[in-house]
Design a protein around this ligand. Structure first.
Ligand SMILES: C[S@@+](CC[C@H](N)C(=O)[O-])C[C@H]1O[C@@H](n2cnc3c(N)ncnc32)[C@H](O)[C@@H]1O
Length: 230
């Protein structure tokens, strides 16, 4: 099994429906906080099920939801297909967008699943699709020194605050025996230092790169915002 198969299949990465709903609502609010204007064209790459994408769609002119997993794209179309300003697309369809069409590209909790060359190629693609001055936000970037135990304790803290602590505890036990843990052990997750990811973003043609508060519930991970040169 690869990461791609994992995301395309049924998985228990969210410990309960409440966890999933609270997670996606928080991510949607964090994305909305980055939208530069009500008519902005926004691309959310590796959006997952994006359960609160309607909140993002309401705050911008056009929302492109890009998801590699075909089964997830089907769910997204079923949930958001009726919204006139939402388009669900594959990675290949993003390549076919006109250049300089976007005002904001966000990728939350994506780049840990990408190799260095794959990430470099995507950064170049996003640069081409952003208008000059458009913004890129990479969030939930994992620094090298964060252990799975830190992720676990952040999940428990989120569960405590969000009223799903019991489900979080049960979920951690399930994860210990899950495909996720096996894949994480087999392939690892890509980690980045702040300096390393800043250099990669700069090499792709972005400027004014700055660290911003992370999206979501885990402040141990990092987020970066950058402006497309031009
Ligand atoms: C950890 S989930 C994050 C989902 C969502 N962004 C969030 O914050 O909850 C990663 C998602 O990225 C998708 N993905 C992985 N590689 C991708 C790529 N190259 N292009 C688009 N989506 C990708 C996976 O299928 C998966 O749904």
């Amino acid at each position: 099994m690869s990461w791609r198969d994992f995301w395309n299949g049924e998985h228990a990465i969210y410990v309960s429906p409440r966890h999933k709903a609270l997670h996606y609502r928080r991510i949607a609010k964090d994305i909305v906080s980055q939208i530069p204007s009500p008519d902005a064209a926004v691309l959310d790459v590796g959006c997952g099920e994006a359960l609160s994408a309607d909140l993002v769609a309401r705050a911008c002119g056009k929302l492109y939801l890009c998801e590699a997993a075909p089964n997830v794209r089907e769910k997204l179309r079923a949930m958001f297909g009726h919204l006139g300003n939402v388009a669900v697309m594959s990675s290949e369809e993003v390549e076919a967008l006109p250049d300089a069409a976007l005002d904001l590209v966000v990728a939350n909790s994506l780049i840990q699943y990408l190799g260095r060359d794959e990430l470099a190629a995507l950064l170049r693609l996003w640069k081409a699709k952003l208008r000059p001055g458009g913004r890129l936000v990479l969030a939930d970037v994992i620094p090298p020194d964060v252990s799975p135990l830190t992720d676990a304790s952040q999940l428990l803290a989120f569960g405590w605050r969000g009223g799903f602590l019991g489900a979080a505890l049960a979920g951690l036990v399930r994860t210990a025996f899950s495909d996720y843990r096996k894949l994480r052990a087999q392939y690892g997750l890509s980690t980045h230092t702040a300096e390393g990811i800043t250099a990669l973003i700069a090499q792709a043609g972005f400027e004014a790169i700055e660290r911003v508060p992370n999206f979501g519930h885990n402040p141990q991970r990092m987020a970066f915002r950058a402006r497309r040169e031009g």
